[in-house]
Design a protein around this ligand. Structure first.
Ligand code: NAD
Length: 275
């Protein structure tokens, strides 16, 4: 199966569907990422704070998949935003992953209280220049954080990875991204299973109409909205199910009904407060 790609503002392509490993237990990570690679995923989203980069790295090494067929993202943790710390943090992540570069390196949260995200962004530019990250971006940035980075550095992040699911669509942030060429990555695409998203009639009716599961319908909605997604699951069946979303298309009415589910309800922390 060919996974569609999105071309980033630096000309690199990212597979629109990947596999996320937030809360995947470190001892189980190698097995679970192996299941994902066997199911066909080639894009893995991890982070230093997840504590499982080593397991991701072991699964990659064991897979024998050529490096240029993989797209690996990791993230700079909040305590490491000072430039000298960021320089060490990428080396540590690469060493744990067993790689000489990642495809995408992100500032995990802005942490405005700490006021170091512009410094961290400059550090990421240097990391990209060194070849240790092919593309660089941010995560959990709101419009004022993006505006400041653009104004003070002139370097536009390739992506902004934000909490985004039908209950919480962040229209201001995604509109700013569209206007400025910043691709949107949707974390928690299934609402982390914390909302009854998969039981809502707008979702179950489309699932029935297409002979797909509710989770497949929500992931397909993300794909049609041009989001980049990397749902997480520990279950081999669900890992395969979440990958199988390219043989149907939601009608404009089905897509609009799901877009209409916006409730402003976050499952994660607020970007002004985390950190
Ligand atoms: P998610 O929305 O992918 O939800 C995962 C949960 O949904 C699973 O634990 C399971 O309970 C359920 N689920 C998965 N597949 C299912 C299926 N087919 N049917 C029914 N239920 C299913 O949430 P997530 O893991 O938080 O988000 C995805 C990825 O985003 C993470 O793994 C991580 O890589 C990234 N992320 C980033 C940030 C950030 O701050 N940048 C924060 C959270 C997550």
């Amino acid at each position: 199966m060919t996974i569609p790609t999105i071309t980033l503002n630096d000309g690199k392509n990212i597979p629109q569907l990947g596999f996320g490993v937030f809360l995947v237990d470190p001892p189980e990570t190698e097995r679970i990422v192996t299941d994902a690679l066997e199911a066909g995923y080639r894009h893995i989203d991890t982070a230093a704070i997840y504590g499982n980069e080593e397991g991701v790295g072991r699964a990659i090494a064991k897979s024998g998949i050529p490096r240029d067929e993989l797209f690996i993202t990791t993230k700079l943790w909040n305590s490491e935003q000072a430039s000298e710390k960021a320089a060490n943090a990428i080396d540590e992540s690469l060493s744990k992953l067993g790689l000489d570069h990642v495809d995408l390196y992100l500032i995990h949260w802005p942490v405005p209280k700490q006021d170091r995200y512009v410094e961290a962004w400059t550090a990421l530019e240097q990391i990209r220049a060194s070849g240790k990250a092919t593309s660089i971006g941010v995560s959990n940035f709101l419009v004022p954080h993006l505006e400041r980075v653009l104004k003070e550095t002139g370097v536009v992040p390739a992506v902004n990875q934000i909490e985004l699911h039908p209950y919480h669509q962040q229209p201001e942030v995604t509109a700013f991204g569209r206007q400025n060429g910043i691709a949107t990555e949707a974390w928690g695409p299934l609402g982390q299973g914390k909302y009854p998203l998969l039981e809502l009639p707008e979702v179950t009716a489309a699932a029935e109409a297409h002979g797909k599961s509710p989770a497949q319908v929500v992931l397909r909605w993300h794909i049609q909205q041009q989001h980049i997604v990397f749902p997480k699951s520990n279950s081999k069946n669900r890992i395969a199910e979440n990958f199988d979303i390219f043989d149907f298309e939601l009608t404009p009415a089905e897509e609009a009904a799901i877009t209409g589910l916006e409730r402003g309800g976050r499952v994660g922390g607020h970007p002004m407060e985390v950190g």
